[in-house]
Write a protein that binds this ligand. Structure first.
Ligand code: SGN
Ligand code: CA
Length: 529
């Protein structure tokens, strides 16, 4: 690997020569900037450029309309910390060491990450918002992060000085304010920059800004066809604790704000801590809005199917209200970049740390390798010189961001990075040997939501999953004929050849990525079937 510093007077062109694979865009005399916006739990079903049923996200859609939309974008491990570690390192979880949010105390910040490599190459690097990796950020000239999951209202921020400071206001706005402040006044303008704007929104429990509380109250939403799934043939799906219908899993008080002094729940105290952060005006607006809904809920006290549907409606409305701030704030940041004359020379990326269930299979949350949570939205507004527009259909994964940013910056991609640079796709090339299969491995069990450990492989049409640990269970899906993944074909004689091919592909990827734990686990009798 080449680690020497690249000088930016003609740096991009120099790097082109060094790597031999970088056709310099029009702006070759100016290195490109990167603004990497990532949200939390924002799923493609709730982004109108992907799905028009529920949400309207004009500012996000505009990024896609002015750039590209990835139609097959996936994560390697559908959970916040692990997903962030994959994107920082360009490596699968078993290689970056951050496999889950509960047993991993801290991301090892001494390892190679793309911000560090950009910084070494002369970039100014910054991070604002959610980090969620236990340790403090490394590789950034400037950072300001929320502790853990952060708070929507009057959030604390940890600063580089080590101080924790409370900021008045609503988090999604504050993250944008701080980002713009750094772009305007904080950075060294003689250098290209890479800014990570990482929002807490739309993480549970979907607390909207007071100015958006009244929105969408007239909206109802068609239930997903699989809302009342019976999980036949899928014991791990049956064992999860992420059901909207269950008051244990989706708590009416905590998740849906149905707080009343005489009602108790597992998460009531957590909710009280959240609203306890509000100032009197915020709290008054909050209570004014939710008060009548709370009264009506306990008066009617819906049960069974009616209760599940009522919960789904409230969940969807709260999620949409919270999304409204996010879309507006992405618009505000993009406008700033345009007004400051930065947009033409900047790659703007928008993605989420994973997808999310909006009632499919009856669920909220993520974790599973099933489509809704393995997928993640990904759009990019491209800098001048990249003429690709519209959809990119190749399968891409969050381990690809690091090599993409490095190649765009003219920094050689180290050999141990497992992702692939998306730059050829952004240039409109159609590499014949693009990857044909994706690898996935989820580890957080036993833990909240009780999704069992599993790994698997996905091609454009087929998906093979193996759940392990306190279960040994395989699933095979035909995504073309069964996009909702309801019919487990594993073990059916007519699919024996397909099953063998997919098992071979799984082992091939585990070898390629050196997932030694999984390879060892494959040694069980089940794998040999
Ligand atoms: C919290 C949430 C969970 C969520 C995890 C992981 N519970 O623990 O619902 O699955 O985060 O989310 S809560 O009671 O704290 O809201 S992640 O996106 O950060 O991985
Ligand atoms: Ca998340």
């Amino acid at each position: 690997m080449r680690t020497d510093r690249i000088l930016f007077a003609g740096g991009l062109a120099a790097a082109t020569a060094a790597t031999g694979c970088h056709r310099a865009p029009k702006t070759a005399d100016r290195p490109l900037n990167i603004v990497y916006i990532m949200t939390d739990d924002h799923t493609a079903q709730m982004m109108s450029c992907y799905d028009r049923r529920y949400a309207s996200t004009p500012h996000l859609d505009r990024l896609a309309a002015e750039g590209v939309r990835f139609t097959n974008s996936f994560v390697a491990n559908s959970l916040s910390g692990p997903s962030r570690a994959c994107m920082l390192t360009g490596k699968h979880s078993h290689r970056n060491g951050y496999t889950d949010n509960t047993t991993c105390p801290a991301f090892d910040g001494s390892q190679q990450t793309f911000p560090k490599l950009l910084q070494e190459a002369g970039y100014e690097t910054a991070l604002v918002g959610k980090w969620h990796l236990g340790s403090l950020p490394t590789g950034f000239d400037y950072w300001e992060i929320v502790p853990g999951q952060g708070d929507y209202y009057n959030p604390d921020f940890i600063r580089q000085s080590g101080d924790t400071v409370r900021n008045a206001g609503y988090l999604t706005r504050i993250v944008t304010d701080k980002s713009i402040e750094w772009l305007e006044h904080g950075r060294d303008r003689s250098k290209p920059f890479c800014l990570l704007v990482h929002h807490k929104a739309l993480h549970r429990n979907w607390m909207a800004d007071t100015c958006h509380l009244a929105l969408y109250e007239d909206r109802t939403f068609e239930l997903p066809a699989t809302f009342f799934d019976d999980y036949a043939g899928r014991p791990a799906a049956a064992a999860q604790e992420m059901s909207i219908a269950s008051d244990h899993d989706m708590d009416p008080i905590y998740d849906l704000k149905m707080w009343r002094p005489d009602r108790e729940s597992r998460l009531k105290a957590t909710y009280e801590a959240f609203v306890g952060r509000m100032d009197p005006a915020q709290r008054a607006a909050w209570d004014r809005f939710y008060g009548p809904i709370v009264d009506e809920f306990y008066r009617r006290n819906p049960q069974g199917r009616e209760r599940a549907e009522w919960k789904f409606t409230r969940y969807m409305r709260d999620y949409l209200k919270t999304l409204r701030s996010l879309d507006d704030e992405v618009g505000r940041l993009t406008d700033y970049l345009r007004d400051a004359g930065l947009l033409e020379n900047t790659l703007v990326v928008y993605t989420s740390d994973q997808g999310f269930y909006m009632g499919e299979h009856g669920w909220f949350d993520k974790r599973f390798m099933y489509e809704e949570s393995m997928r993640t939205p990904l759009v990019m507004r491209l800098p001048e010189g990249f003429d690709r527009r519209g959809d990119i259909d190749e399968m891409v994964q969050n381990i690809d961001y690091a090599p993409t940013f490095l190649e765009l910056a003219g920094v050689p991609v180290p050999d141990d990075i497992q992702g692939r640079s998306l730059v050829p796709l952004l240039r409109g090339e159609r590499p014949d040997e693009w990857r044909e299969a994706l690898y996935y491995h989820f580890y957080e069990y036993p833990a909240e939501h009780m999704v069992k450990r599993h790994y698997g492989v996905r091609t454009d049409r087929w998906k093979l999953i193996r759940f392990y640990d306190d279960i040994d269970w395989w699933e095979l899906y035909d995504l073309e004929n069964d996009p909702e993944e309801l019919h487990n074909l594993y073990g059916k004689p007519e699919y024996a050849d397909r099953q063998r091919e997919m098992t071979e592909e799984l082992i091939r990827l585990q070898r390629q990525y050196a997932d030694t734990l999984a390879l060892r686990l494959n040694g069980s009798a089940a794998a040999a079937k």
